[in-house]
Design a protein around this ligand. Structure first.
Ligand SMILES: [Zn+2]
Length: 131
């Protein structure tokens, strides 16, 4: 049987159809992935959870070639426009170079294991892959 899976960020929803969720301001519609006490746009304090589209377009990216020890480089860090919501994430399952990653390319959300702890709980992260 599968072991317990734990998302590495609390806005990653696992299950049959993994997706991200955001807190959306009910006043102005601004979306935030972290928890807010008040909206940066309108100072509203009411939020609701909304699912984020799992497909998007690369709006910006950089190829990271230097990172902390233990982090495999190079990798592609990107900003992906998911149906109007900007999401920061890495692009995986492609060569990390400018011949394979382009502005405007279509990508989709994917999840991957970051490893398990001693109790067998598996940490799950998210990234984007070419669609
Ligand atoms: Zn607002």
């Amino acid at each position: 049987m599968s072991s317990k899976q734990v998302p590495v960020v609390d806005y990653l929803v696992l299950g049959d159809e993994p997706h991200l969720k955001a807190h959306e301001c009910t006043g102005c519609g601004a979306r935030f992935f972290d928890r807010r006490n008040a909206c940066a746009g309108c100072s509203g304090t009411e939020f609701r959870d909304v699912p984020i589209a799992t497909k998007g377009e690369v709006r910006a990216f950089t190829i990271v070639s230097l990172a902390a020890p233990g982090i495999k480089v190079p990798f592609v860090a990107a900003v992906v426009d998911c149906a109007g919501t900007s999401v920061r994430g890495n692009i995986i399952d492609t060569e990390p170079d400018a011949d394979h990653v382009r502005l405007g390319m279509n990508v989709q959300l994917t999840t991957y294991s970051l490893g398990a702890d001693d109790s067998g709980a598996e940490a799950i992260g998210f990234a984007f892959q070419p669609a």
